[in-house]
Design a protein around this ligand. Structure first.
Ligand SMILES: NC(=O)c1ccc[n+]([C@@H]2O[C@H](COP(=O)([O-])OP(=O)(O)OC[C@H]3O[C@@H](n4cnc5c(N)ncnc54)[C@H](O)[C@@H]3O)[C@@H](O)[C@H]2O)c1
Ligand SMILES: O=P(O)(O)OC[C@H](O)CO
Length: 337
């Protein structure tokens, strides 16, 4: 553990890992980015940019990159994880022995693990063998490309230990990035993971040209099913009307920068799954996590019709027009139950 300057390691040099490294550096941290590919680490160090994921964005001098996980992890007060959710377990198993003794592990990821239906903070606590009060989550309406341009955004930093959340809040608070603390880790993580699934649904509706009433309806009913799942899992329902819930849903479902929204739009326009995957260069977490979210819903006996519809379209080849008909012809219900 260092004294004086806060040190952060960021594992993952994709869009959000790189943009968040910039946020940490702007907030005064010394940041080491771990990259898989030597050519990307080299480009970050020699050009001060990430040409593959954030071209044209100049990174602060206090961000440097390495492919050596031990070098990245050494002495880090915060160890930030920003790899695709389904790769976390294997990656972290290799990094865990290298972590600084008292480091706080921070998840930037918005997914649920396939097979186990575990949230990312659960995977982290299990694999790194740390207690939950050393695991934090950053989430909210944070499209990496906007934040990399230092456009204003609020966020949530969640940790069961509020003092840890406050430390992380201070480490990433800049004039353009405003983090709020929250101790409801379950709700914050579910908000982030399920909004990707609803973002896919809204994208599909947009691609089909279903209009803004359909969009408003999907966002609202999507939030309702997220909240139902959250309640069953012990989350605070108010979290879902906050930045991790409504805030992120609105940003994702209204922005062409969202990979999940764009993925859905392509499907809704009639591209096949394979064609859509081929044109998607970055991680659209909802594509895999829709199945693990549905798994979670079934484990908890919760009805999630929009998530079920997305799984049907994305993984079972159901044509969007058929899925729409089925969704609209479900039995009539009370809005609150
Ligand atoms: N991009 C955003 O706007 C944004 C914002 C908030 C949260 N997130 C979340 O952050 C997480 C990371 O997303 P991203 O946008 O940075 O994704 P990305 O696709 O831009 O980058 C992913 C990074 O992980 C690396 N990677 C891919 N497979 C890997 C593997 N098997 N092992 C190790 N590294 C691997 C890639 O090389 C790349 O550096 C996701 O869970 C996403 O939902 C993204
Ligand atoms: O590009 P997406 O769809 O992964 O969304 C990015 C962020 O999660 C928005 O907050």
């Amino acid at each position: 553990m260092t004294h004086g300057t806060t040190k952060a390691a960021v594992f993952g040099t994709g869009s959000w890992g790189t943009a968040f490294a910039m946020v940490l550096a702007d907030a005064g941290c010394e940041v080491t980015l771990w990259a898989r590919r030597p050519e990307l680490a080299g480009a970050v160090n020699s050009t001060r940019t990430n040409p593959d994921y954030l071209p044209g964005i100049e990174l602060p001098a206090s961000v440097r990159a390495t492919t050596d996980p031990a070098e990245a992890a050494a002495g880090a007060d915060f160890t930030v994880l920003a790899v695709p959710s389904q790769t976390l377990r294997d990656n972290l198993a290799a990094w865990a022995p290298l972590l600084a003794p008292d480091t706080v592990l921070v998840s930037l990821m918005k997914g649920v693990e396939l097979g186990t239906a575990k949230r990312m903070s659960e995977v982290i606590a299990e694999v790194a063998k740390v207690t939950e009060d050393r695991v934090a989550v950053v989430t909210g309406p944070n499209l990496a490309k906007e934040i990399a341009k230092r456009m204003p955004a609020a966020a949530v930093v969640a940790c069961r230990d509020e003092a840890v959340a406050r430390r992380l809040q201070a480490a990433c608070h800049t004039p353009y990035f405003r983090p709020y603390t929250n101790t409801d880790v379950v709700g914050c993580e579910l908000g982030g993971a399920v909004k990707n699934v609803i973002g896919l649904a809204v994208g599909i509706a947009d691609g089909m040209g279903l209009g803004d009433n359909a969009k408003g309806s999907l966002i609202t009913r999507g939030l309702a099913e997220t909240t139902r799942l959250g309640l069953a899992m012990g989350a605070d329902p108010l979290t879902f009307s906050g930045l991790a819930g409504l805030g992120d849903l609105v940003a994702t479902c209204s922005s062409p920068l969202s990979r999940n929204h764009t993925f859905g739009t392509n499907l809704g326009k009639g591209m096949t799954l394979q064609e859509t995957i081929a044109v998607t260069k970055q991680t659209a977490e909802g594509v895999k996590s829709c199945e693990s979210v549905l798994d979670l819903a079934r484990r908890h006996g919760v009805d999630m019709p929009i998530t079920e519809t997305v799984v049907g379209i994305v993984h079972e080849g159901k044509p969007p027009v058929v899925a729409l008909k089925e969704l609209m012809s479900r039995s009539a219900k009370a809005e609150r139950r």
